[in-house]
Structure formats: structure tokens, C-alpha cells
Design a protein around this ligand. Structure first.
Ligand code: BG6
Length: 461
């Protein structure tokens, strides 16, 4: 095969998922409830077609078959998360031995099949018992997270070579405490900022514990860096773009990757009475913490413009007081999810990492396209998802260009291996290389899965 786009022989190829979105068996074998088990039952109307965390691709019981299916596609790596409330049912206290057995088996099976496990500690799934005392709003939970991380390092650290503390640390704060999308459905900027700050501290504490153990592994975090593009080069639009970037990206990237909060952010939050409690000890911990590797989830760009009205600044403080989202005419949309498709964004992120974050080692930890009603593209039992192949190709071409220009990208993980349950959207948008038949539980490879298999085999396309 003639290749136009070659990737390094040791490039990591695979897919990502998370515990809550794939495991199922949420009340079995000693697992404690997390906020999603609770919310998907108690606030069922907030989930697409009322489908709950019970309905998954059954990784808990099918992990062996699933890992076999990954191997069939030539994956050499796979990212999932540990469910905190499966391992430590109350979030703090005794460890659930059945969970230890399960995660040991998963890790061993992956390694046996030549698939490097990338293990993330937190993918939005706060144990319910800890949410009852405030979740990450309560600083004590930072210490409980540290203990949970230590438990994971001690149990699995001999085999796991790539660890991640959080997936998209902004989301639990933003979606749970500002935008009314995730439980506990709070709308209060200062509380969101407190949660975000405590997540930053939890990340740092976990890394500190990791370093004390001298493991022959790497640790990092998975960020959703959303590249921001202004409507025009007019100073007001440029300022709007700066503000969106400050609130939604720099507010978490800079403390965790550069060791300090942006002074502009501290200034604005102080002016508006929105600054969370941040101690000197917190700042010292943030300043001394470094990651070895970065995961980047990329789905969409953010386009912004200056506000064309004077916002009413008397209600709940909002970043949207300083910019407006902008729907660029002619932009290419994924209408299922209502987001723009912009492959060049992956290149722009790579350049940003190069310029701003010391060209650190990174990998694409999520990228993919969720489509509603994929049945319409089925032929002879296979989803002919050429749109997904095009999507992957276009993103990989931009990634290839960035790597040719010196970006230290180590791998590419698609979201996701098999169609999975999702926060809010449940099974509305299908993302997998394998189709999940919700009625029978059957998993069948899509055309994109076979395409990806060849890409991995050939180290390119
Ligand atoms: C990512 C999350 O941002 O988006 C995943 O890390 C999630 O957990 C994915 O499933 C897709 O989201 P949705 O809502 O389109 O299914």
C-alpha cells in the first residue's frame, strides 16, 4: 500500500472509554453508587430516552471478549478509567476486593493481548457518599481522592505505565455547578470555581503521591483544550476570544501545566467577588507539580464574537458576560451533536502545546464523531460509516502535519471502541468502531473499524 501519511512505528493506536460509560453492573459485586447511577434514576428525564447507567456495552462481564475485539482491530493501547465507587464503595474507607480482582483481570488481559492500558482515575464519576458531603466543593474530598489514587498506584502500579488523574477537569465544575447539565445541577459561578480549584489540588496531590512511589510509569491529565477563534480581527472580537480562552481553557491549563493561575483571571474574579478560597499552600503545591504527558480530547472549536449588547451584570456571574458564541456562516456541522467539525483544530492545539507548554509529550486521548440513527447506513449488517473514516482521515492528516513540524504526539485514541452510554445523551449519538445492538447486546464491527485496523497495521494510510 502506498502511504501518504506515515506514523512512527511505536505510535499508540486505540480508543478510549470510561468506567461508567462501559462497565454496567452498577449495583453488583460490592460497587457503591456514584452520582450518575443516582442521577440517571432520580433525574431520569434529563437523559435521552431515560436510559440509565445500567444499560452499557457490559465491559464488566464482557471485558475478555471486548479486549479480543480490540486486538482484532490491532489496537496497541486502550484508555479506560477506574470507577472510584466500584473500588472504594463509599469513596473513602474499605476497598472492594471484587473490584480489585476485576481491574487486575482487565489490566492483565490487555497486557496479554499486547494492548497498553492507559488508566484514568476520574471520569466525572463522584461516589455518591462523597457527593453527599459536597463532592469536590468540600476540600476534604481532595484528601479522599489522594487516598483513592494511592490505592490505585499500589494495586496496579506495577503494570500500568500510563496514568491520568482526571478526564476533562473543567467539565465537573462547569457542567455540574454552572451550566445545569450534570448532577448536582447547581448554577453558581463561585461554587464552580471552588470545585475547579479543588480538582486542581486533587490532581496535584495524586501526582505527589505518585512521585513518592518512584514507579517506572508516567502520569498526566486529559484536557479538553477547545481552540478559540474570533469572528474577526477587530480588537473587540479578539478581546472576546481572549476572555473565552481565559475562562474555559487557561483557568485550568495554566495552573496544571504552567504552575500558576493567570493573573487576569484572578483580577476579574476578585473584582466580581467570585474568587474561591486559595491558600498560599495551595499555590505552592500547584507551582511544584509537573505532568509527564498530556492527553487532549478534541471534538470542536469555539468561535466567539464581542457582545453586541450590554449584559445584565446583576444575576449569577457568568463568563458569557464577556463574549458571545458565534455561529460562523457556512461552518461544517455534525448536526447530531450540534457541533462544528473543524479538523485543523487538532493542528492548532498541537502548535499551542509546542509554543506554550514546552512541547510536552502528548497524545490525542479522544476524537470522534457521534451520529444519531446510524442504522440508516447499514448494509448487510455492517454500518457503512464513511463519514467517520473521512472524519478520522482529516484529523489524522492535520495531526501528521503537526508531527512533521516537531510536535511530540505519541498516539491517537478514537472515542470510542464500541457505542457507549453517555452523560445526558445516553445512546443518542453513536461513536464506536463497533456497533452495539441495544436489543441483543451484539457488537459488530463498522466499516471505520476495519479501516482503522489497516491504518494501525500499515502505520498510516
Ligand atoms: C467527551 C467525554 O467530552 O465527550 C466523553 O469525555 C463523552 O465521556 C464524549 O462520552 C461524547 O459526548 P456525547 O454527549 O456526544 O455523547
Amino acid at each position: 500500500m502506498t502511504k501518504n501519511y506515515s506514523f512512527p512505528p511505536h505510535f499508540f493506536w486505540g480508543a478510549s472509554t470510561s468506567a461508567t460509560q462501559s462497565e454496567g453492573r452498577v449495583a453488583d459485586d460490592g460497587k457503591g453508587e456514584n452520582i450518575w447511577d443516582f442521577a440517571s434514576n432520580e433525574y431520569n428525564h434529563r437523559f435521552y430516552e431515560g436510559v440509565t447507567t445500567e444499560k452499557t456495552s457490559r465491559f464488566y462481564e464482557d471485558y475478555q471478549t471486548d479486549i479480543g475485539l480490540m486486538a482484532e482491530l490491532n489496537f496497541n493501547s486502550f484508555r479506560t478509567s477506574i470507577s472510584w465507587s466500584r473500588l472504594i464503595p463509599n469513596g473513602v474507607g474499605p476497598v472492594n476486593e471484587q473490584a480489585v480482582t476485576f481491574y487486575n483481570q482487565v489490566i492483565d488481559e490487555l497486557i496479554a493481548k499486547g494492548i497498553e492500558p492507559f488508566i484514568n482515575l476520574y471520569h466525572f464519576d463522584m461516589p455518591l457518599e462523597l457527593q453527599k458531603i459536597g463532592g469536590f466543593e468540600n476540600k476534604i474530598v481532595v484528601q479522599y481522592f489522594k487516598q483513592y489514587a494511592e490505592t490505585c498506584f499500589d494495586l496496579f502500579g506495577d503494570r500500568v505505565k500510563y496514568w491520568f488523574t482526571f478526564n476533562e477537569p473543567m467539565i465537573p465544575a462547569e457542567a455540574g455547578y454552572l451550566h445545569d447539565r450534570h448532577y448536582p445541577y447547581v448554577v453558581d459561578f463561585k461554587r464552580a470555581a471552588t470545585v475547579l480549584h479543588h480538582i486542581a489540588l486533587a490532581h496535584c496531590e495524586a501526582i505527589k503521591s505518585f512521585r513518592e512511589r518512584n514507579l517506572a510509569s508516567k502520569i498526566g491529565i486529559i484536557m479538553d483544550i477547545i481552540p478559540v477563534y474570533p469572528r474577526s480581527q477587530h480588537p473587540a472580537d479578539l478581546k472576546a476570544a481572549e476572555m473565552a480562552d481565559l475562562f474555559y481553557t487557561r483557568s485550568i491549563n495554566e495552573p496544571l501545566l504552567l504552575g500558576r493561575y493567570p493573573a487576569e483571571l484572578v483580577g476579574i474574579l476578585t473584582e466580581y467577588g467570585q474568587m474561591p478560597v486559595v491558600t498560599n499552600a495551595d499555590l505552592a503545591l500547584i507551582a511544584e507539580t509537573k505532568v509527564d504527558i498530556l492527553g487532549i480530547n478534541y471534538y470542536k472549536p469555539r468561535r466567539v464574537k464581542a457582545l453586541d449588547y450590554e449584559p445584565n451584570r446583576s444575576g449569577v456571574f457568568s463568563p458569557e458576560w464577556f463574549f458571545a458564541n458565534y455561529e460562523m456562516p457556512g461552518r461544517r456541522m455534525n448536526t447530531s451533536r450540534g457541533i462544528e467539525i473543524y479538523p485543523q483544530g487538532i493542528y492548532d492545539i498541537a502548535k499551542m502545546i509546542q509554543a506554550k507548554y514546552g512541547n510536552i509529550d502528548w497524545f490525542v486521548s479522544e476524537n470522534g464523531i457521534g451520529i444519531q440513527g446510524e442504522e440508516q447506513f447499514m448494509e448487510n449488517g455492517m454500518v457503512m460509516d464513511d463519514y467517520r473514516i473521512d472524519f478520522l482521515k482529516e484529523h489524522l492528516i492535520w495531526l501528521h502535519k503537526a508531527m512533521a513540524e516537531g510536535s511530540n504526539c505519541l498516539g491517537y485514541h478514537m472515542w470510542t471502541f464500541v457505542d457507549c452510554w453517555s452523560w445526558i445523551n445516553a445512546y443518542k449519538n453513536r461513536y464506536g468502531f463497533y456497533r452495539l445492538d441495544l436489543a441483543t447486546g451484539e457488537k459488530t464491527v463498522k466499516k471505520s473499524g476495519l479501516w482503522f485496523k489497516d491504518v494501525i497495521k500499515e502505520h498510516g494510510f
